[in-house]
Design a protein around this ligand. Structure first.
Ligand code: SAM
Length: 265
C-alpha cells in the first residue's frame, strides 16, 4: 500500500518511523511519504492560509497549495486514490472503516489546520479522488496530524505481514462488534489480586466460554451503545443464556435490553 500525508508540520508524523509501522515501511509492505504543504506554495512567505470569507474567527487554508500538493501525490492508475480529510465534521473512524481502507492501493491524507481547508478543495478533489472526510471522534483537535497517526496505525496493522500473529487481529475489540475480554499474565497472584481460576484450569472450552461472557459483560458495562447494533444472528445458546443473565434478550435478530424488573425472555 502507498500512503501520502500532506501537512504543514511534516515532523509531526515522525512516530510513523517507529515500531510496527516503521518496520512495515522498511520491509516494503507500506510505502509512506510525508509532504510539506508549504513546498507547494509560490510566494516568498510560503503562505498557506488567509482570512475567511464572510468574516469570523481564525484562518482558512488556501486552495491553491492544496491543489498543487494533491496533484503531485496522486498516483492515478486504474482506481481513484482515496483522499482522507481528517475533520471533526466527518464520518466516524471505526475498525470497519480501517478494514475497508486497508484494501486500497493508495491513501492520501490531507491534514487541515486553523479552521480547516477551503471547501472548494474538497469539491474539486472529487474529480481525482474518492474523498472521505473522517473524524477521529466527537472532539476538536488543533490539526489533522494526530488523527492521521491514529488512522495510519489502525489501517497499517491490518496489512498482511505487519502484525506477527494475524490471529491476534481476530479476537480484538471491535472485530466482532464487542469489546475484548480482560487479559492477564504471570505471576498468577500479584499484590493479593488473583488471575481468574478458569484461566489456570487448562480447560479450553471453559476458557473460551468465560472469555465470551466477559466480552458481553464488558461491552454492556462500558459501551452499551454497541449492544444495540450487535448482530444477534451469530449467537449460540450459551451466548443467549449469558446475555439473559446480563438483562438482554434477542428480539428480531437484535439485542433488546429488558426493562428493569421485567421477566427473562
Ligand atoms: N473549525 C473546524 C470545525 O469546527 O469543524 C475545526 C478545525 S480544527 C481546529 C483544525 C483541524 O484539525 C481540522 O481541519 C482537522 O484536520 C483536524 N481535526 C480536528 N478535530 C478532529 C477530529 N475530531 N478528527 C479528525 N480531525 C480533526
Amino acid at each position: 500500500m502507498r500512503i501520502d500525508v500532506v501537512s504543514i508540520f511534516p515532523e509531526y508524523l515522525a512516530p510513523l518511523e517507529l515500531s510496527l509501522i516503521g518496520k512495515a515501511r522498511q520491509d516494503g509492505i507500506l510505502q509512506l511519504n510525508v509532504h510539506d504543504l508549504r513546498s507547494f506554495t509560490t510566494d516568498k512567505h510560503r503562505t498557506v492560509d488567509d482570512t475567511p470569507y464572510g468574516g469570523g474567527a481564525g484562518m482558512v487554508m488556501k486552495p491553491e497549495p492544496w491543489a498543487q500538493a494533491l496533484e503531485a501525490v496522486s498516483q492515478g492508475g486504474a482506481s481513484k486514490p482515496v483522499l482522507i480529510v481528517p475533520s471533526p465534521a466527518g464520518e466516524r473512524f471505526t475498525q470497519a472503516l480501517a478494514y475497508e481502507l486497508a484494501e486500497e492501493q493508495q491513501l492520501v491524507f490531507a491534514c487541515g489546520r486553523y479552521e480547516g481547508i477551503d471547501e472548494r478543495v474538497i469539491d474539486w478533489a472529487r474529480e481525482h479522488f474518492t474523498v472521505r472526510p473522517v473524524s477521529l471522534g466527537d472532539y476538536v483537535l488543533n490539526g489533522g496530524e494526530v488523527a492521521v497517526l491514529a488512522m495510519v496505525e489502525a489501517i497499517g496493522r491490518l496489512l498482511p505481514g505487519v502484525v506477527g500473529n494475524p490471529e491476534s487481529l481476530i479476537e480484538e475489540s471491535h472485530s466482532d462488534g464487542l469489546l475484548e475480554y480482560p487479559v492477564y499474565t504471570k505471576p498468577s497472584s500479584w499484590r493479593e489480586h488473583e488471575v481468574p481460576a478458569v484461566l489456570l484450569s487448562g480447560n479450553h472450552g471453559k476458557i473460551a466460554q468465560w472469555r465470551r461472557h466477559e466480552q458481553f459483560r464488558r461491552t454492556v458495562e462500558r459501551r452499551p451503545d454497541l449492544m444495540d447494533t450487535f448482530d444477534a444472528g451469530q449467537l449460540s445458546r450459551a451466548d443467549r443464556n449469558a446475555l439473559a443473565e446480563l438483562g438482554y434478550d434477542v428480539v428480531g435478530g437484535r439485542l433488546r435490553k429488558r426493562p428493569e424488573g421485567g421477566p427473562q425472555g
